[in-house]
Write a protein that binds this ligand. Structure first.
Ligand code: C2E
Ligand code: MG
Length: 514
């Protein structure tokens, strides 16, 4: 009995020890698990924190301009939208400004100096913009400031402060800026921030005298012009495909023989519902975008086709003077285009004269001078167009490998009514002749002018006295009738021999003129 009792006690003790051991192990296990969980939690927290920092940094980078390290366009969109939403009754004014002489700074001092100017501008904004305004570096050369509930005076004061600080950028050159001011109409909720910024850009373009006043307000009239221009740009591509741009030719006449020796190709736009548009109606718009390149390429090709047709039809081809927009002189790519065209249509180079506008070559950089040299090396005849219209630096005449100068219509008009003016014309032409240049005078409207120009040695004239710009058909007729006077009219019937004779006559004229 005792034996059984002792055994039971032992068994009970054994069970208790076993159970205690189990509890201990479990506790140990749970402790282990809890420790592990704690460690994992800490790890997770650390990971989450790291992730949050990375996201914050990414957000910061995504909202920061890479060069100036102030808010960028995305930041501006975000902040402006938040402000418009938060203050629906506030009055907002957007000021967009660009560094006006940025192109020149990059060109003269290099892009790294340009970056420094941008960073300096951003610093000005950091310290000058009032607290209730947000600012950003919107894109390459556009900064924006959104003012909330501030008076016009305060805005103009800010503009003035920024202008002054920019002017102090360097002792050797001033940085200048143009400011466009656009009062934001919150009711017009369809306006995106880019629309708003575009309005400030339009306003900037309306600045007429930046030295006197470097800011302008956006007006509805500007908006109408902008919309009209946008519509016109859209229509242009279509018009090119439908051959709605037409080549008109204005004869250039040899002042000794009164024969047509060449013609200037002038573009016209046959615009549905409006008739034939003058280039003054659309070229300024095209020149402010890349449309001008497309238009010029089109015109050059039309001219090459025309010369080819004259040659194929055994008509007397005359050299055609084609206008080269100043934008082409920024890069030599257009020379390849001209080469391709002359090769494709088998046009001898002496039938192509390139009119380089004075505003594109005056104060020309080394790059422009190189491009002009390349054009010459390719065998094109070069003429400086509109000579005397703005700058007329005389060293253009010796610095560039040109054959011709064309005196601008305004130059003739300014100088043909006074003795002093006539003297200037006489000496300019004499000097050009000394330099072996052919002189063409544009805008000749009377016999007196033509006679005077002949007397003082001008070679060629172009103007309404001889003919206005003509359709190709009218030009061909005029050219033919002028040549006809060289034969006895009854005998005249153009044959291949006639064509050869015409070419001989033309060659003689060219020799006389050139
Ligand atoms: P521009 O090259 O100086 O061309 C001469 C302009 O003077 C032409 O105006 C011509 O019609 C006008 N003109 C000629 N003689 C007289 C005259 O006796 N009296 C008056 N009042 N005007 C005369 P247009 O055709 O309106 O062309 C204006 C300008 O547009 C051209 O000036 C040229 O710079 C540009 N342009 C014309 N066609 C083209 C083109 O195909 N490409 C480019 N890039 N520019 C072109
Ligand atoms: Mg011209």
């Amino acid at each position: 009995m005792l034996y059984v009792l002792v055994l039971t006690v032992f068994i009970l003790i054994g069970v208790i020890v076993f159970l205690l051991y189990q509890v201990h192990i479990k506790n140990h296990y749970y402790q282990y698990k809890a420790d592990k969980m704690d460690a994992m939690e800490a790890d997770y927290e650390e990971q989450i924190q790291k992730l949050q920092t990375t996201v914050e940094e990414l957000n910061k980078t995504a909202f920061t301009h890479t060069v100036t390290k102030i808010g960028n366009i995305d930041y501006f969109i975000d902040r402006c939208a938040a402000l418009f939403h938060r203050y629906p009754l506030s009055e907002f004014v957007m000021v967009g400004f660009s560094i006006s002489n940025m192109g020149k700074i990059n060109q003269i001092f290099g892009p790294s100096e340009g970056d420094k100017v941008m960073i300096y501008t951003a610093d000005i904004l950091r310290f000058s913009v009032p607290n209730n305004a947000v600012y950003a570096h919107v894109n390459s050369n556009l900064f924006g400031i959104l003012f909330r509930d501030v008076t016009e005076d305060a805005i103009l004061k800010s503009i003035d402060e920024i202008t002054q600080k920019l002017a102090n950028y360097s002792p050797t050159f001033a940085v200048t800026a143009s400011f466009g001011i656009y009062p934001v109409n919150q009711k017009n909720s369809s306006d995106s921030l880019m629309d708003i910024m575009n309005c400030t850009l339009l306003a900037q373009k309306a600045i007429t005298d930046p030295k006197h006043q470097n800011y302008a307000y956006f007006t509805e009239a500007l908006n109408d012009t902008y919309n009209k221009n946008r519509q016109m740009s859209q229509e242009m591509e279509e018009a090119l495909e439908q051959n709605k741009f037409i080549v008109y030719l204005q004869p250039m006449v040899d002042l000794h023989s009164y024969q047509i020796v060449s013609a200037e190709a002038l573009v016209r736009w046959d615009y549905p519902g409006k008739g034939i548009l003058s280039p003054y109606a659309f070229l300024p718009l095209f020149e402010s975008s890349s449309l001008i390149q497309k238009l010029d390429y089109y015109m050059w090709e039309e001219c090459c086709k025309l010369i080819r047709r004259w040659m194929d039809n055994k008509m007397t081809p005359v050299p055609i003077a084609m206008n080269i927009s100043p934008i082409h002189l920024q890069s030599p790519a257009f020379i390849d285009k001209l080469e391709q065209l002359t090769k494709a249509y088998l046009i001898p180079k002496e039938f192509i004269i390139l009119e380089l506008p004075e505003r594109g070559v005056a104060n020309a950089s080394r790059e422009v001078a190189e491009i002009i040299g390349q054009l010459k090396a390719h065998g094109f005849l070069l003429c400086i167009d509109n000579f005397g219209s703005v700058h007329s630096p005389l060293n253009l005449l010796k610095d560039f490998p040109i054959e011709r100068i064309k005196l601008d219509r305004s130059f003739l008009n300014q100088n043909c009514n006074s003795d002093e003016g006539l003297t200037i014309l006489r000496y300019l032409i004499a000097m050009a002749k000394e330099l072996n240049l052919t002189v063409i005078t544009e805008g000749v409207e009377s016999l007196d002018q033509a006679n005077f120009l002949t007397d003082i040695g001008c070679d060629i004239a172009q103007g309404y006295f001889f003919a206005k710009p003509l359709t190709v058909r009218a030009f061909d007729q005029l050219n033919k009738s002028m040549l006809r006077t060289l034969y006895r009219p009854s005998e005249y019937y153009p044959t291949f021999e006639d064509f050869e004779k015409d070419v001989d006559i033309l060659t003689q004229m060219m020799q006389r003129v050139g």
